[in-house]
Design a protein around this ligand. Structure first.
Ligand code: PLP
Length: 432
C-alpha cells in the first residue's frame, strides 16, 4: 500500500526531520508502524482535523485522548483566552488550581487531595515515588502491555521467568532500576499473587491501567480489579490506578467508578487538561499528606505545575462533563461505531475481535479473543497497515498503530459516524 500523504505535508515533515529527532516530539506520531509519513496538521474544528494540503479527516485520535469535546471547543478556547490575558504563569497560588483540584475531588471517588503536574508521565512517576516514600519499600509491580509514560521504572520488560529480574526496555535505563520493577501478565491475578509471595514486604505499589488502552483496548476480566484491591490490602501495597486514559472518559469518576473498585492513588492526564499539558495524581489524604511540604516531605515540584491557562482549560472541560447527556452521547456514538464495525465484518465474512469499554474501542486483526499482551500480539499488523492507509485515504484519521484505541468524542455527529462506517467497510474490503 502506498501512503497517501500530501506534498505540503511531506515537505513540512522533511524539514521537521532536520531539526527534531524523527521530526516528532513523541515517537508514535512518526508513522513508523505504518511505514509512511504523517499528514502535518494545520488546524482542527470539532471532530474534524485539517492538514497542510487542505485534506479533511474525521478524527478518532483526538490528541490521543484529551479532546473529549473535539478541537477548539468554544468554552475551552474562551477559558484559555481569558486566562492568558491575565498572565501566563505566576509560580504562586491561584484560585484556578484550587477550582480544578476541587472539581477533581468531587468527580473522582477515591481522590481526597490532588497534586497537579504537567503530563501523565509526571503523574505516574510521582505517584510511584509517593508510594515508595509512604511504604518505605522499593519495588513496584506492573503489567505487560500497560503504558505509564516514559519514566525509568516503567520502561522495563519482564525477565525470562517469574524469578528473573526485569530488563531495561530502552538504552539509558540502569539495570539497578530495572531490578526494582516486576512485570506480570495483564488480567492474571494468580501471577500477582505469586510475585507478592516471592517479594514479601518489598513491593511499594501495584500500578495498573484499569482498562488497558495502550495495547488496543483490553478490558479487565470480571473480578480482576477486585483481586488487585484485595491483594494490595493483604500485602500493604499502594494500589495505583493509572487513569490517564480512563479518567473522565468512562464516566465522571473514571474506571474506579465504572467498576466500583477504589485505588489508593489515581493518576490523571489527557482529558484533565482540556488539551493543554496537564497531569495530576491524588488519592487518600493520609498518603497525599506525606508529599512535600507536608509530613515525610516526599519530594515533588514543578515550576509550571498548576499553570493558570492549563487549569482554566481543564476546568472548562470537566465542568462540561458534569452534564449527564455527554456520557449518554459518548456511549451512543461508541456503540454505533462498534455495531457498525461488527456489521461490516459480518458482511465481509471476517471474524476480527472488537473490544470496547465505553468510548475506548479497538478492532484487532485477529480472530483470537484479546485479553492480554500476548493475545493482542496475535494481530496481523501488516493487514492493519494496509487498512490504515485505505482508511486515511477515505478521510478517517485513526492512530497509526494496531495497538491504540479509537477515541470517539461527544461531538462526533451521526453523519460523521455514517461516513466513518462506510469508509471502514471500503477500507476493510480493499485491505483483503
Ligand atoms: C498517555 C498515557 C500516559 C502518559 O501521559 P503523557 O502525558 O503522555 O506523559 C500514562 N499512562 C497512560 C495510561 C497513558 O495512556
Amino acid at each position: 500500500m502506498v501512503e497517501h500523504t500530501g506534498p505540503k505535508s511531506l515537505a513540512a515533515f522533511a524539514e521537521a526531520q532536520q531539526y527534531i529527532p524523527g521530526g516528532v516530539n513523541s515517537p508514535a506520531r512518526a508513522y513508523g508502524a505504518v511505514r509512511g509519513n504523517p499528514p502535518v496538521i494545520s488546524h482542527g474544528r470539532g471532530a474534524h482535523l485539517f492538514d497542510l494540503d487542505g485534506r479533511e479527516y474525521i478524527d478518532y485520535v483526538c490528541s490521543w485522548g484529551p479532546l473529549i469535546f473535539g478541537h477548539a471547543h468554544p468554552r475551552v478556547v474562551e477559558a484559555v483566552q481569558e486566562a492568558s490575558a491575565l498572565g501566563t504563569s505566576f509560580g504562586a497560588p491561584t484560585p484556578a488550581e484550587t477550582a480544578l483540584a476541587k472539581q477533581i475531588v468531587q468527580m473522582v471517588p477515591s481522590v481526597e487531595m490532588v497534586r497537579m503536574v504537567n503530563s501523565g508521565t509526571e503523574a505516574t512517576m510521582s505517584a510511584v515515588r509517593v508510594a515508595r516514600g509512604y511504604t518505605g519499600r522499593d519495588k513496584i509491580l506492573k503489567f505487560e502491555g500497560c503504558w505509564h509514560g516514559h519514566g525509568d521504572s516503567f520502561l522495563i520488560k519482564a525477565g525470562s521467568s517469574a524469578l528473573t529480574l526485569g530488563a531495561p526496555d530502552s538504552p539509558g535505563i540502569p539495570q539497578g532500576i530495572a531490578s526494582l520493577s516486576i512485570t506480570v501478565s495483564y488480567n492474571d491475578a494468580g501471577a500477582v499473587q505469586e510475585a507478592l509471595r516471592q517479594n514479601p514486604g518489598q513491593i511499594a505499589a501495584i500500578i495498573v491501567e484499569p482498562v488497558a488502552g495502550n495495547m488496543g483496548t483490553v478490558p479487565p476480566r470480571a473480578g480482576f480489579l477486585e483481586q488487585l484491591r484485595q491483594l494490595a490490602d493483604q500485602e500493604g501495597c499502594v494500589l495505583i490506578f493509572d487513569e490517564v486514559i480512563t479518567g473522565f472518559r468512562l464516566g465522571p469518576g473514571g474506571a474506579q467508578e465504572y467498576f466500583g473498585v477504589l485505588p489508593d492513588l489515581t493518576c490523571l492526564g489527557k482529558i484533565v487538561g482540556g488539551g493543554l499539558p496537564v497531569g495530576a495524581y491524588g488519592g487518600k489524604r493520609e498518603i497525599m499528606q506525606q508529599v512535600s511540604p507536608l509530613g515525610k516531605k516526599i519530594s515533588q515540584a514543578g515550576t509550571l505545575a498548576g499553570n493558570p491557562l492549563a487549569m482554566r482549560a481543564g476546568l472548562a472541560q470537566l465542568q462540561m462533563l458534569g452534564d449527564s447527556q455527554v456520557y449518554r452521547r459518548l456511549e451512543e456514538v461508541s456503540q454505533c461505531l462498534e455495531e457498525g464495525m461488527a456489521g461490516n465484518l459480518r458482511q465481509l465474512n471476517l471474524k476480527y475481535t472488537l473490544n470496547r469499554v465505553g468510548s475506548m474501542l479497538c478492532m484487532f486483526f485477529t480472530e483470537a479473543p484479546v485479553v492480554d499482551y500476548p493475545s493482542a500480539c496475535t494481530a496481523d499488523t501488516g493487514r492493519f497497515r494496509r487498512f490504515f492507509w485505505e482508511l486515511l485515504r477515505r478521510g478517517v484519521y485513526v492512530a497509526p498503530s494496531q495497538f491504540e484505541c479509537l477515541f470517539p468524542s461527544a461531538v462526533h455527529s451521526d453523519d460523521d459516524i455514517e461516513q466513518t462506517l462506510r469508509a471502514h467497510y471500503e477500507a476493510l474490503k480493499a485491505a483483503h
